[in-house]
Design a protein around this ligand. Sequence first.
Ligand code: ZN
Length: 235
Amino acid sequence: MTNVNAVTEHLDELAEACRILAAEGHEDMTLGHLSWRDPEGRGIWLKRSGIGLGEVEGPDDFVLIDFAGERLAGAGNVHKEWPIHAEIMRARPEVASVGHTHPIHACAFSAIDQEIKAVTHEGVYFGGPVPRYGDTTGLIDTVPLGRDLAAALGEAPAVLLRNHGVAFVGESIGIAVLMGIFLEKACRVQLLVRSSGAPFTATPDAEIAAKREQIFSPALAEGFWAYYRRKARAG
Ligand SMILES: [Zn+2]
């Protein structure tokens, strides 16, 4: 039997997570979506289409879809790119939340043939190279395209979609959103240092794993997510 209160509580967090993404540079009109895996295994709670991330208010702004994209609950319309969520969650059983957005710096970076370097902490949080998906620059609106994107993501926490946007995942709503925020910040700072024209340094690959443990322990990650939630509530 579904614990309705637990679902509602998570959908409230998911709504707040949408607004946090909007506030952190991920808003692009009504484009962009975030999802959460239904704890009863029925499918995926996905932000409804037609409203911006910053306009998501609460549980009514989500629809429950199954892994074939059929709506099971909720009155809103389903984003065309629902296969991003279904196929990533199918491929990654530990993933509880998936985001897909068009943050401006990460979108710009997606068009540059350069790897993201750990210029600041943000580049370290990924624990390794951020993969790229480049089979199409169009919408990921079919199951085969969703499957290809999930394959490009592999075991990573985020992927750049060339000339399109980003996708990011986590074992919780908070971790997924943090990954989205870090990706945009990492791309932004790398564009800044590259545009300076000066040579720059980055955390060496050999240091990444140890540094990640220092700066992104589970307790720190929880604290970072709590910070963004407090910030959102403070307005
Ligand atoms: Zn898209």
